[in-house]
Write a protein that binds this ligand. Structure first.
Ligand SMILES: [Zn+2]
Length: 384
């Protein structure tokens, strides 16, 4: 059935719901905005806009600002989303756990960072006690739900972790215990997918792009033709676990020679330890600092990591032909070191007719994952 016919035969209730979401999204992206501009941008009648806005004001999705005097005596009032609607965002990483409160516009009201308890039950208890604290500290806010960003893949139906090689909590259900404890909607998503959502929701939209999170492992979120690629069991985009060398070192996933054992932060630390066996155990930021202080072995380890990142990115470019690839992680602090090397590897072997995408470092990486949790929880009210 052609699209237009589908819309013609839609019930009045479906049309009303779609119009409501169009208006909500216009307000979200253009706020503060007047009713006249909503009518102009949506192509809806002024009377339709007035009814929808009235409903959204009654439901406290919106607030109305003061009348603004304009030339020729018109005094429109401007509408914006109600900042009292908030989301609890949780960014669970193998070493660090962040529990934050953000408003509907992705502005953070509080943020608490603790080391990740290695036992999943202990981690759940730690999360619960922080969420309880947030609820008691912000009694006037209307909490819309809890969004979790995870270093792994989540089964779309059960919400259990199906694949988390750097966390090793496979089969853990984080969703049901949190939903039961707080009576709030709980949404879970892979960290890289969350960054794709954050970018779609808060930044310039693009139809085809990839987010690469480089840390203990390499995560990948893929937007194809404007849609997040999820695949069967939510497993799409695991480029980090494609073998670059089947005879290579063991990976956390159980296979050998995956891209992430060559291009992750851990890989760079291994390269450094190999050339410098007496060196004390370092963190990745230590390695970046040493390279900046002209430690040639540290610089060589980072260069080897960058080269291998380039090799894997070439695989993504060949498979998906994205407009841009956004790279997230500590390595963006030394982007002059990484960016050039990656671009050189890409430029060396492009396909005839192929397109070389922009490779962009994203700063404030923790923010992208947390803002993604806001989009994750709110999207069911906004998506058409
Ligand atoms: Zn692997």
């Amino acid at each position: 059935m052609p699209e237009t016919q589908k819309i013609d035969t839609a019930s009045p209730e479906v049309v009303r719901q779609i119009n409501r979401r169009v208006v909500l999204n216009l307000i979200r992206t253009r706020q503060p905005i007047s009713r006249a501009d909503l009518a102009r941008l949506s192509g809806m009648q002024r009377s339709t806009i007035s009814l929808i806005v009235e409903e959204l004001l009654n439901e406290k999705w919106l607030v109305e600002g003061d009348a603004v005097p304009l030339p020729r005596g018109r005094r429109p009032t401007f509408l914006r989303l109600n900042e009292n609607r908030v989301v609890i965002g949780i960014d669970l990483r193998p070493t660090e756990l962040t529990i934050a409160l953000a408003d509907i516009n992705g502005e953070f009201l509080s943020k608490d960072v603790i080391p990740t308890p290695q036992d999943p039950k202990a981690a759940l208890e730690a999360i619960k006690s922080r969420v309880e604290k947030i609820i008691s500290l912000w009694p006037r806010k209307s909490i819309q739900g809890i969004g979790l960003s995870l270093p792994g893949r989540v089964h779309p139906e059960t919400g259990t972790l199906t694949f988390a090689p750097n966390l090793k909590w496979v089969g853990e259900d984080l969703k049901a215990p949190l939903a039961a404890a707080f009576g709030l909607p709980v949404e879970l998503e892979n960290a890289a997918n969350n960054c794709v959502l954050a970018s779609l929701w808060f930044d310039q939209p693009a139809e085809n792009f990839v987010v690469l999170t480089v840390s203990e492992g390499i995560g990948c979120g893929v937007l194809v033709n404007g849609r997040l690629a999820r695949g069967v069991n939510g497993m799409a985009g695991e480029f980090g676990h494609v073998a670059l060398n089947p005879d290579g070192p063991k990976c956390g996933c159980g296979n050998d020679g995956c891209w992430e054992v060559y291009g992750s932060n851990r890989a760079a630390l291994r390269y450094y330890a190999e050339s410098n066996p007496q060196a004390a155990r370092l963190t990745f930021p230590d390695l970046l600092r040493l390279a900046d202080q002209d430690d040639t072995q540290a610089a060589a380890a980072l260069d080897k990591m960058a080269h291998h990142l380039g090799l894997g990115i070439r695989m993504i470019v060949t498979a998906l032909a994205p407009e841009k690839i956004v790279v997230i992680g500590d390595l963006t602090r030394s982007w002059s070191r990484f960016g050039q090397r990656i671009e050189a590897v890409l430029a060396a072997r492009t396909l005839p007719g192929g397109h070389t995408p922009q490779i962009l470092p994203a700063h404030q990486d923790g923010l992208a994952r947390l803002r993604g949790t806001v989009a994750l929880v709110l999207q069911r009210h906004f998506s058409a």
